[in-house]
Ligand binder design. Sequence first.
Ligand code: BG6
Length: 486
Amino acid sequence: MKKEFPENFLWGGAIAACQAEGAWNLGGKTLTVPDTMKYVDIDRGKALKQIHVTRESIEEAKKESDATYYPKRRGIDFYHTYKEDIALLHEMGFKVFRFSVSWARVFPNGNDSTPNEKALEYYDKVVEECLKYGIEPLVTISHFDMPIVLIEKFGGWYNRELIDLYVKYSKVLFERYKDKVKHWITFNEINMSIKAGPKTLGILNENQENYEEMLLQGLHHQYVAASLATKYAHEISPESKVGCMVAYFTTYPHTCAPEDALAMQKDDQLRNLMYLDIQAKGQYSYFAKKYMKEKNVTLKVLENDLEILKAYTADFIGFSYYMSMISSANSENLELTSGNVINVLKNPYLEANEWGWQIDPTGLRYTLNHLYDRYQKPLFILENGTGALDKLNEDGSVHDDYRIAYLSEHIKQMKEAINDGVDLYGYTMWGPIDIISSSTSEMKKRYGFIFVDQDDLGEGSKKRYKKDSFYWYKNVIATNGRDLEK
Ligand code: BG6
């Protein structure tokens, strides 16, 4: 008999403060990197054109007090609509809701002596609203929303002082929500930093010769901060589970030439595993050490950093999965397509969504097996989904069969992986309610079961509508993944 999803499987969805909350200058919150990311109309699928964060773009944004061209400043106004929105998630039967806390709300000046009570009162309400419905809140401590003050005062994560500031911030959350929040994520997709350092680490010196060294130093500080946060979470509430997270870039060899297999192994190490090894096994891998040597990178590591990394590893492995790529020893004449934050080689066996991201449900089963085999820790799929151009009909319906097809194929593969013996205990699909795109700041790139009537420039009634997928996911949860049909 095939195994089913475990009875207590955590079905739900995930959002991030900087893409949903809006209220960018309310309640004492100060500016964050996403608040400075200007909307660009994107040439979908052809080439990657994500918004690039620079010192200049931040300076330009600081002069602008309007939100029109800075969509993340308004999000979907979740700051004010959280009650109505969480009620809709409850209607779908959510068991878990992943959201992030905005650091710049809680510590508006970065190094304030006490947290901003108004911000915490807001998160109290969000947490209570979830608990009222029996939805478990799963909190990401830092999701791509670097406070600008931390860049200006400290130079971002390159500065070791950020460790203490992050630990102080995390402790405030652990103390406040110790009886209410069990699952925490330290950093969203920590591996994105190597490609998006200004955005995620707040390290802006891209023209500097040793920029990569700065990024790896910034990452080292994040690893230590995450380990310390894990330590304190356990001390404050022994029941709590703290996860690490990467965006998984699953990759296959372009051909069966041994050189392509080696290229694949290297890409997997470089894009995924070296970040997970540190957080799951508690040490820099041989690959990471060799990589740094090749790049002439010398990290400043304090004596007990390595002990801290070893002693406080992640309780579970969280990852996002959207697409896959291929690797080749000789990629010169191969076609590219865009992917999440990076351009990737095109796989002729796969179709892609309108943004060029290659759709690969089987790759999810492959990834789950690969990760479980390597780490033997419980796995949690923290993001999965596909961006699409939805059409709201006059009768308020949205027929999104493509979304149902994408998600049901991925869930089938999760079931296969469970049957393979993988310990998978939760799934928070990405953006259950439409929010602003992280890479492009578009609103029209929608992932949700709930349509938000708002366009790229913020026009629209802001009303929420249930898409066809809303009813589909409700049934998936109600049948614990047994019925995936429409
Ligand atoms: C993940 C991020 O990488 O991808 C999310 O954690 C993001 O914040 C998601 O929204 C989808 O990417 P995008 O650019 O389509 O919003």
